[in-house]
Design a protein around this ligand. Structure first.
Ligand code: CA
Length: 376
């Protein structure tokens, strides 16, 4: 369906061509996903000159963007000047070779796309560069919105292969600590796609938790782990803390990164230190959203495993209270960022865990986990 939040697509595609007509220089495609005060940029640099062993891409921000983290490159910012250098494995750029990397940042008043890229000092376009002597023969590339198809996803389940009443094969029932009256089953009466979904009958009280765990190993999904699921539930999220997605996390010694609710709204919770995102202040809770009942909801996460970055979308909205970046924001991610080790989730559990009050019946369908963004 739609892309993550409002998208400004900036296929800048600056190409420098020498007077002789032979290509030189570089091309940069800079694609932005932005929200109220933050953004991510996916940057593709194409070397149009001689092969390079080691590269440095620079640009200048003309707004007040501030880079907070990056993946597949080391990005440093001094004032408005930004420089990116490769990691150990993408430093060689053949002629026409490309390197892709990404970054996350914040902005407040303005965030125009940069246009003065240089690769090892050679302008890729923008000010001071002679215009091309020949027009580009191919249209600038565009980045399509993330597909709802599975692509290369590690988990991609519509549960249609679940033929029995009990989860089997790639999905296994689990009650990690103790088992009571909570239950999970394959449901043939309610489904988002096809004729089957996963149903969880969650009951109040810690020992009544019930989960279904994917058997897939997620330890190598990344650097950003993208999770998409359709979820439907019955009872509004309670005031007390509950969890319906649990991701065992080696950075917490196997304890979980959890998605659930508290004070009636969605929240992240980190089991090892009980930090929440957003903070459970009235301001923080208001920046999250309830999980609507009685209808299928598309819930998506992007979990950065190399830096403390976390995004959450419900439908087309990126939820401001469920966004963590490198800059502590009071009521949102100040407490969350107290722990600087990024998460490393290794598996996915869907179900219900209540620590006090809270019964709910939930359904999950069309669940996908992979290293590329996925649409609803
Ligand atoms: Ca289904």
């Amino acid at each position: 369906m739609a892309v993550l939040t409002a998208v400004a697509l900036l296929a800048s595609g600056f190409t420098a061509v020498s007077a002789s007509g032979a290509e030189s220089g570089c091309r940069v495609d800079y694609t932005v996903n932005k929200w109220t005060d933050g953004y991510t940029a996916q940057i593709k640099v194409t070397n149009l000159g001689p092969a390079l062993n080691g590269w440095r891409l620079t640009w200048t921000y003309t707004g007040d963007q501030q880079v907070t983290s990056a993946w597949n490159a080391t990005v440093t910012q001094t004032g408005s000047s930004v420089a990116a250098v490769p990691t150990s494995w993408n430093g060689t750029l053949a002629t026409r070779g490309t390197a892709d990397f990404g970054l996350q940042g914040t902005w407040r008043s303005a965030d125009p796309a940069p246009s003065d890229f240089t690769l090892n000092g050679t302008p890729c376009g923008g000010d001071g560069t002679p215009p091309p002597t020949t027009p580009p023969t191919t249209p600038p590339p565009t980045t399509p919105p993330p597909s709802a198809d599975c692509g290369s996803a590690v988990i991609c389940s519509d549960f249609e292969d679940q033929t029995g009443p009990a989860p089997s094969g790639a999905w296994q029932f689990t009650a990690p600590d103790c088992q009571g009256t909570g239950a999970a089953a394959v449901d043939t009466a309610v489904a988002h796609s096809g004729g089957r979904s996963l149903r969880v009958d969650g009951r109040a009280g810690y020992c009544n938790h019930a989960f279904v765990a994917a058997t897939a190993d997620l330890s190598s999904v990344g650097p950003v782990m993208y999770v998409r699921m359709w979820v439907r539930h019955t009872t509004a999220l309670p005031s007390a803390h509950v969890t319906f997605v649990s991701l065992p996390d080696t950075s917490q010694g196997g304890r979980s990164l959890r998605v659930g609710g508290q004070n009636g709204a969605l929240q992240w919770n980190r089991e090892s230190d009980d930090a929440t995102l957003p903070a459970q202040s009235p301001v923080g809770v208001a920046l999250s959203r309830p999980l609507p009942t009685g209808s299928w909801q598309c819930l998506r996460f992007a979990i950065d495993t190399t830096a403390p970055g976390l995004d959450t979308s419900l439908g087309d909205e990126q939820i401001p209270g469920l966004h963590a970046d490198g800059v502590p924001t009071q009521d949102v991610d100040q407490q969350w960022l107290a722990r600087t080790t990024p998460p490393r989730p290794t598996s996915l559990r869907l179900g219900w865990e209540s620590y006090g009050t809270g019964d709910d019946t939930l359904w999950f369908d069309d669940v996908t986990v992979g290293s590329a963004p996925i649409g609803c």
